[in-house]
Design a protein around this ligand. Structure first.
Ligand SMILES: C[S@@+](CC[C@H](N)C(=O)[O-])C[C@H]1O[C@@H](n2cnc3c(N)ncnc32)[C@H](O)[C@@H]1O
Length: 339
């Protein structure tokens, strides 16, 4: 029975991979037909690389299924979004993919005027691949679908892998006080809120539009939503049992990354757990270095290269975190540490 459940979960995850990688191909074709396509610096048809990634995707889906079967998170996490919402987004997504490839082709780093006063300066650009950066409703609406296309439908399992690592570090059974940094539109929040027993779960992001989109997805009064930059948190010392982030640090300049770690440490209780899920780093898997090199060129990520050579284990150690563990899966890397 357990095998049957695990196989069904893998099949459901693979169906998402097929759907989103097909959409990825359609977007590439579209940008080719408008002559916006830019060849990646590595061979697109590198068969060994493609095989390595394919095997990695299957392994990830199998691990996700095992984590569900072992009770680290419930099966509800694999529930797909309704087809109606998916199809409604699709034409906007295709149109936006043209804007992204046009920016890539002509090396445009900022093509919008919206500049919220309270946003940090380093964020005011076409960060990531977002049209309007993180500063519009439309950007927030398309974000999650775009990330799934980028990761061929593996974003959910990659985000969830950290849950198991955090759970293995927590010793007490009492409900937790959780803080999530840079939560975006709540893509990880959806799964983490199902996986943990919490008395409060504070969801934060610097972007008003992204946080509003996250807020609209939940009705649980134990979830609170606070707009804040992660480097200056409006919380008291030692307030939380768990502080975590997913795909935040690669977006930040080095000095800001370090401030976020210090703030996380300040608001964590003694013995509390820090969890980080972010991109793979240089030389974790030498074969994938070319993919990491290509990403900031393709998607304008000004601080990504610096992130990929950041020695996070030693920084955590210097700051005073203990029992630091890290591992990587497919294109993501994970750290857990105790205060
Ligand atoms: C790549 S997205 C990740 C979002 C989400 N965690 C996920 O798993 O998809 C990065 C998020 O970090 C937010 N962000 C960027 N700089 C930030 C900062 N200094 N403090 C807090 N959030 C920040 C952005 O608004 C965006 O929502």
């Amino acid at each position: 029975m357990k095998n049957f459940i695990e196989n069904s979960i893998v099949a459901s995850n693979l169906a998402k991979t097929i759907l989103y990688s097909t959409e990825y191909r359609i977007m590439n074709q579209l940008s080719k037909s408008f002559s916006f396509f830019v060849k990646p610096p590595y061979q697109e048809k590198d068969k060994e690389l493609i095989k390595y990634l394919r095997d990695g995707v299957l392994k990830l889906h199998q691990e996700d299924a095992k984590n569900i079967a072992d009770g680290f998170y419930p099966i509800e996490v694999i529930k797909p979004k309704g087809p109606k919402e998916h199809l409604k987004n699709l034409p906007h997504l295709l149109l936006d993919s043209l804007k992204i490839s046009r920016r890539r082709k002509f090396n445009i780093k900022k093509d919008f005027d919206i500049e919220p006063e309270d946003a940090p300066d380093y964020l005011k650009r076409n960060y990531h691949f977002q049209t309007d950066g993180y500063f519009s409703e439309q950007s927030a609406r398309l974000y999650e679908h775009q990330v799934e296309v980028l990761f061929s439908g593996t974003a959910g399992p990659m985000r969830r892998m950290l849950i198991k690592m955090i759970k293995e570090k927590i010793s007490s059974d009492r409900p937790l006080k959780i803080l999530e940094l840079g939560a975006g539109v709540g893509s990880a929040t959806l799964d983490y809120a199902k996986a943990f027993n919490f008395s409060s779960y504070t969801v934060t992001d610097v972007s008003e539009h992204y946080l509003n989109a996250a807020k609209a997805r939940f009705s649980n009064p134990k979830l609170k939503f606070v707009q804040t930059a992660a480097e200056s948190l409006p919380f008291a010392d030692e307030e939380f049992d768990v502080v975590f982030s997913v795909y935040l640090f690669h977006e930040l300049p080095q000095a800001v990354r370090e401030k976020v770690l210090l703030e996380s440490q300040r608001v964590l209780k003694k013995g509390g757990v820090l969890g980080i899920c972010d991109s793979l780093q240089k030389d974790d898997v030498p074969r994938l270095n070319c993919v990491l090199e290509n990403f900031p060129i393709d998607y304008h990520e000004p601080f990504y290269k610096g992130y990929t050579i950041w020695k996070l284990n030693s920084t955590l150690h210097e700051i005073g975190f203990k029992n630091i563990q890290s591992q990587f899966k497919l294109l993501s890397k994970y750290w857990v540490a105790e205060k």
